[in-house]
Ligand binder design. Structure first.
Ligand SMILES: [Zn+2]
Length: 244
């Protein structure tokens, strides 16, 4: 591995002054690499290897680990740090990518979903919960966990005014087959889920819902993620504790 563009999605301090960073890259998926002497003042790699930095990395294979040799910043996403809610949700997206991306195989679209979400968070024009739902459903779909949202899981009906999303089973039911525990959703929320999971990558944010329905969408996408990942996500808990 010589050069690759990557987004820093995790960082840990190791020993006195080294840092281990995890990069999400288009070509190699997750890549772990050490930044030597990262804590020293005026380290030339400090900004380009900080959390959420998207940089062009030169990496060499050391004796037993990858080491960052150089990193040229492309986008630092500084505005993510402007308020705690945006920062918290960005940390959650980074953790989701860490949990779902593969090592050693391309993750081009996942990287692009996360980069786009960071751009949108920085701009501050789209509702944070909309960005969150899109990232949740799209990342799950990319990782082989697309919910079965084409039609009622029981009778095959495409659409009724209200449909029921079963976040545990990852499927939907129509009005006539409604199931206990499944969440009632107006059909435009179901349409939004279908859109997020199935449309071409560039368009995933091109839909609008009322604030109330965005809340509902966010509830089902989040419950669905938790039902599939099956572990605590401290970054999600933190986001929910600071959410306005
Ligand atoms: Zn049905």
């Amino acid at each position: 591995m010589a050069k690759t563009k990557g987004l820093v999605i995790k960082e840990q301090t190791v020993g006195e002054s080294d840092r281990l960073v995890t990069l999400l890259t288009a070509d190699y998926g997750l890549v772990n690499a050490f930044v030597r002497g990262a804590k020293q003042l005026k380290n030339r790699l400090a900004a380009s290897t900080s959390l959420f930095a998207y940089s062009e990395f030169s990496i060499y294979q050391g004796k037993d680990a990858n080491v960052v040799d150089g990193a040229k910043p492309i986008e630092i996403f500084f505005d993510l740090r402007k308020d705690i809610e945006r920062l918290a949700v960005a940390q959650y997206f980074a953790q989701l990518a860490f949990e779902l991306a593969n090592e050693g195989q391309p993750e081009e679209e996942m990287l692009s979903v996360i980069l786009n979400s960071f751009h949108l968070l920085c701009k501050g024009e789209k509702a944070i919960i909309q960005i969150k739902s899109v990232v949740e459903f799209r990342l799950m779909s990319l990782s082989g966990y697309m919910p079965n949202i084409l039609a009622c899981a029981n009778c095959g009906t495409y659409e009724t005014d209200i449909m029921y999303f079963d976040t545990l089973e990852g499927c939907i039911y129509c009005e006539n087959c409604q199931k206990i525990g499944a969440i009632a959703c107006p059909k435009n929320v179901i349409t939004a889920v279908r859109f997020i999971c199935l449309t071409e990558p560039k368009k995933i944010y091109s839909f609008s819902l009322s604030e109330k329905n965005l809340e509902l969408l966010s509830k089902i996408s989040e419950q669905y993620v938790l039902s599939r990942i099956q572990k605590r996500l401290p970054t999600l808990e933190f986001y929910k504790s600071v959410k306005l």
